[in-house]
Design a protein around this ligand. Sequence first.
Ligand code: B12
Ligand code: SF4
Length: 453
Amino acid sequence: MKVLLVRPARIKQAVTLGEFMYSEPIGLEMVYAMLENQHHVEIVDMMSEKITLEDKLKAFQPEVVGITSLCIDVFAVRALAEAVKKYDPSIITMVGGTQSFLNPEAFFTETIDHVMKYTNTENMTTLFGYLQRGEQPPIIHGICSGVNDFKTTDKCGMNQYVHPNRKATAKYRRQYSYFGYRPCAIMGTSQGCSKTCSFCLRWRIEGATERYLPMDFVKEEIRSIEEDNIMVFDNDFLHNGDRIEELCNFLQEEGIHKNFICYASVNSILSNKEVIKRFTKLGLSTVLVGYETFKEEELKKYQKKSSTDDNLNASQFLKEIGLDVWASFMIHPDWSVADFKEFRRYLKKLNPEISTFSPLTPFPNLPLYNEYKDRLLIQKEEYEKWSFGQVTINPSKMSLRKYYYEILKTILYVNLVRNNILYMISRFGITSILRLFKGSIKAFIKYIQLMMQ
Ligand code: B12
Ligand code: SF4
């Protein structure tokens, strides 16, 4: 069958990083790999493409169109499915990705035929077997099909990580970036996270324990990536010292020189200092660390498994070994003006190379959602607003406008005072800085608009 896999363009209203940073659609590259032996598959990335979907449909004449999704994509995905059916009602439409995993109901519409609760080689092969024979599929594990009233069995399965086919996005790859690093590939080596922080969606998507991909699989991934920069998106990549040691041996033995960027928890950094030091010499340049807050009681409530002192110890150690830190923080809805001030002081103490922060977001699947139900500023169905980029909980210590004003002040402080421009120029080069600058201005304007609203 001819299968067109689509990543939607981001809608303008959502507050996202997408305007100046987006990476390869690795989920679609995996689906491509699952189907390519049996079918004629193509990926079209609407974030990079100039042509319209209709032109693509005309040129490729697909029998199936599959679309990937994040929360911010719901309306764009629905619009794409409608456009496909309008163009030719016989084309089969299907949706997968994070949002269809977390909230498949968002896609139960007349123009979407199949919604993937989760995706693996087995359920894809079964579904495509029926589609190819022109038969209506019965209920298949993990797939909600319109012909079965979107019912499915076994809602607890997990997405399967297979080798993505990166050649399928060859023509877009130069545009894929991770913050200032471009081009940059992304990959995973494990799924899940045993830290189970209360505000976090990630372990809820992938499970509360680390499930590791075999090291040979990981080595194969690294060997096959052409880009110099690799972002490892494991939830806590530095969690397992033995695996990092094995990775270091591999990089050394094979003489591989790549620039690695990864997420790591404070807890794992403090538990694996020696091997992190070694990895830093072999290519690890940057860790993204969730310090989250300056308040001990908030860290406890977030079930963060680290204290504010641990944060300081980790930041000191990372400075000593010359590893860059891109720190992330969460702005609590109960912060007062004094708290914002204290937060800015704490930032100065930690002194990460780059800081980002987002308002605490009680995503609809989290227990936090019920806790803050009475203070929510947006509806569950305003999908594009659940982007972790805008305020969703009514602040308790000041008006919403004042709260946005405090956020804007903190953004200015971070970008003009704390984030080190010279560091960024030396790391990423002037072209990337201009790109990031343009993106920051757009994000800043969005925040001003939100404040005015
Ligand atoms: C890597 C990552 C990023 C990277 C790269 C994303 C990209 N490719 O552009 C960057 C840093 C750029 C990023 C940015 C954002 N991200 Co992000 N990101 C992740 C992370 C860590 C991993 C996602 C991933 O690639 N997983 C692995 C792939 C293989 O999984 P997958 O896409 O689900 O694909 C599988 C199946 O779903 C299936 N599938 C996927 N698509 C399709 C389509 C069809 C047709 C079929 C059949 C199957 C199928 O195939 C795969 C098989 O295993 C997750 C957290 C996590 N651990 O999940 C957050 C996460 C997905 N991101 C999130 C968000 C909110 C964002 C931003 C909107 C944040 C912001 N405010 O800017 C931006 C949007 C970016 C954009 N491009 O516009 C949220 C999503 C919440 C939600 N409900 O959707 C998550 C869960 C993190 C969180 N905050 O909790 N992100
Ligand atoms: S350590 Fe990070 S990925 Fe793991 S549960 Fe906590 S916030 Fe989520």
